[in-house]
Design a protein around this ligand. Structure first.
Ligand code: ADP
Ligand code: MG
Length: 591
């Protein structure tokens, strides 16, 4: 007898749910999108226990009558498309007709809905795929859907849920995306009976961004540059973070296509290119991009959660976005005094292209020698020929300069003589390495020494940021950072490591939170500590473009002798490039 069986409908729904409903946040996304598609202007999201116990969404949209209410939870039922032609140009957020059926197959659901024309509401209850009751009830215009005990009959799936706070972080992220894409929606998020966000339709986008992205070190919306283009059927509205507020990961890049949050590699690339040379390596810009284009010019039917789309003319999208962003960024005074050229150098250090950088430095060196050395040599030679006495005078006059076996060039590199040639040192990279090693040594022994701030510095923190700090309290303590909560979303730094005295505490905390909160990589404790120390060293190190005094250079050269791996910065880039006399002789065609 054959082994193959036809799955029953509930099994089919449960399998579909596996794709669409990963966690409580997915339920929030699907339900709020339905509310938006239903024309709602006011939506309230209520969460208990990170969504395990309850997810409830109330809207003032068009509602459903009794028939539709029952049909909505059947598989493959939708009011949004009718014929295959409708698939080419989907203007609603949903269209697959599987979210409600999927959700109803994995939880207890109660839905109440009332249309504008009707005198009363209707209610339906479904428990993991089986309808338990339906009938009239009291209720306002619009729809309320309550989801309880998600995955309660699927222990394997339920086990995968993280702590309530982590799940809440995911929910907040979904809420954030929807809030950004729908400026004129009145949106409320309630957690365990307390209001977390109340976003009014009256507030403008910048205000909304400030509320959604509390940043410890600065007010985000004050550091956003606005660009707008409307060409070739593509309208782009961009809010671009200045390099000053760049982050350590790319989670702060929000791209919306006709109100839908998407991830797209062409667009990410365009954003990256737009910032080329403006950010240090390993930093990512904060960007909010709102793209509007005809629905027919892309396909959303490529991914179950519709987070990816396929552009029919991806090159056009790429070039338009890159052009608009780049032009605006280059036309804006980004207030990075004297650092730009050095950063550009630093940019090309990205692991793929060290030879370019080496050759650039070599070029700079050749140029330097062309300008200076031959002239001096000629003079000396000239003097020697005519009057040896003068030679002595000149060299003693300049002897201080010649005894000093180093030189800072372009306020970024140090050229120092060695026994068999000379080295060119990237001052930032070397200093970073030295600090990093120092930090590692100290933290291995004990927690870092800290000093109390005269006045504690308070900062706003996001839900997931606060959670990340809480979960890593041990690490924070080890670093010598003392944080105290001030309110549900406010904290203050009370003590900060002495070694990092030159670093702005809030600037550090912001990147620290980013690192802790990075969801894409499950770093183990040791790697995480290492990343944090790297980041700390980078912040504390002298920068490219910084003029150094002789004693600072001497200190750096002395520390270089002590450092274990002075030739590489903590990121693995070289700190030093060596040139031997024999190299020089070859270059000058002496051999
Ligand atoms: P889709 O959104 O892909 O159509 P869903 O399973 O999410 O599929 O929803 C099925 C249908 O239920 C929708 O097409 C819509 O007609 C109706 N519906 C769902 N949620 C709401 C709501 N909040 N208000 C009004 N109608 C809704
Ligand atoms: Mg839907």
């Amino acid at each position: 007898m054959g082994q193959i069986k036809v799955l029953d409908q509930n099994m089919i729904n449960m399998i579909a749910a596996g794709e669409v409903i990963e966690r409580p946040a997915s339920v929030v996304k699907e339900l709020v999108e339905n509310s938006i598609d239903a024309g709602a202007t006011k939506i309230t999201v209520t969460i208990e226990d990170g969504g395990r116990k309850l997810i409830s969404i109330t809207d003032n949209g068009c509602g459903m009558d009794a028939d539709d209410l029952a049909r909505a939870f059947e598989p493959h039922t939708t009011s949004k498309i009718k014929t295959s032609a409708d698939l080419h140009g989907i203007s609603t957020l949903g269209f697959r007709g599987e979210a409600l059926a999927s959700i109803a197959s994995i939880a207890q659901v109660r839905a109440i809905s009332r249309t504008k024309g009707s005198t009363g509401a209707n209610c339906i209850e479904i428990d993991c795929g089986s309808k338990t009751s339906a009938g009239p009830c009291s209720g306002d215009y619009g729809t309320t859907i309550q989801i309880r005990d998600i995955f309660y009959k699927l222990p394997a799936r339920r086990k995968f849920l993280k702590t309530a706070n982590t799940e809440m972080g995911h929910i907040t992220e979904q809420f954030t995306r929807i809030a950004l894409a729908n400026e004129n929606l009145d949106l409320t998020l309630i957690r365990n009976g307390k209001e977390l966000y109340r976003l009014s339709d009256k507030d403008d986008l910048r205000r909304r961004i400030t509320e959604l992205f509390p940043m410890p070190s600065s007010d985000i919306s004050e550091n956003l540059i606005e660009a707008e283009i409307g060409e070739k059927g593509l309208h782009v509205h961009a809010l671009m973070g200045k390099p000053l507020i760049s982050r350590t990961n790319n989670r702060f890049q929000y791209v919306f296509l006709n109100g839908r949050f998407i991830r797209d590699k062409f667009i990410s690339h365009a954003v990256k290119e737009a910032y080329r040379g403006l950010l240090e390596p390993g930093r990512f810009p904060v960007v909010f991009l709102f793209i509007k284009m005809p629905f027919e010019e892309y396909d959303v039917n490529v991914h179950p959660t519709k987070i990816e789309v396929r552009f029919y003319n991806a090159n056009l999208v790429h070039s338009q976005i890159l052009g608009a962003l780049r032009e605006k960024l280059l036309g804006t005074n980004l207030e990075l005094p004297g650092r730009l050229p050095d950063l550009q150098n630093a940019q090309s250090t990205s692991r793929h292209s060290p030879p370019v950088r080496d050759s650039r430095i070599a070029d700079a060196m050749a140029e330097f020698f062309r300008k200076h050395r031959p002239v001096q040599m000629q003079q000396q030679l000239g003097f020697r020929q005519t009057s040896p006495g003068n030679v002595h005078a000149v060299s003693s006059e300049k002897s201080a300069q010649y005894d000093r076996k180093y030189l800072q060039i372009h306020d970024s590199f140090i050229v120092a003589q060695t026994e068999d040639g000379f080295v060119i040192i990237d001052q930032h990279a070397l200093h970073e390495r030295i600090i990093y090693e120092d930090l590692c040594r100290r933290i291995r022994k004990n927690k870092l020494q800290s000093q109390r701030l005269l006045i504690p510095e308070s900062f706003e923190v996001s839900v997931s940021g606060a959670e990340a700090l809480k979960a890593n309290a041990g690490l924070t303590d080890k670093l010598g950072i003392e944080l105290v909560p001030f309110g549900p979303r406010t904290m203050a730094v009370q003590a900060f490591p002495t070694l990092l005295s030159g670093v702005q505490p809030l600037d550090f905390i912001q990147d620290f939170i980013d690192l802790l909160d990075r969801k894409d990589t499950g770093l183990d404790a040791e790697r995480l500590l290492d990343e944090v120390l790297n980041m700390a060293a980078c912040k504390a190190a002298i920068k490219a473009g910084q003029k150094l005094t002789d004693s600072e250079i001497e200190q750096l050269l002395a520390d270089r002798q002590e450092a274990e791996s002075a030739s590489r910065c903590p990121h693995g880039r070289p700190t030093t490039i060596k040139f031997s006399i024999s190299d020089l002789e070859k270059q000058f065609k002496r051999t």
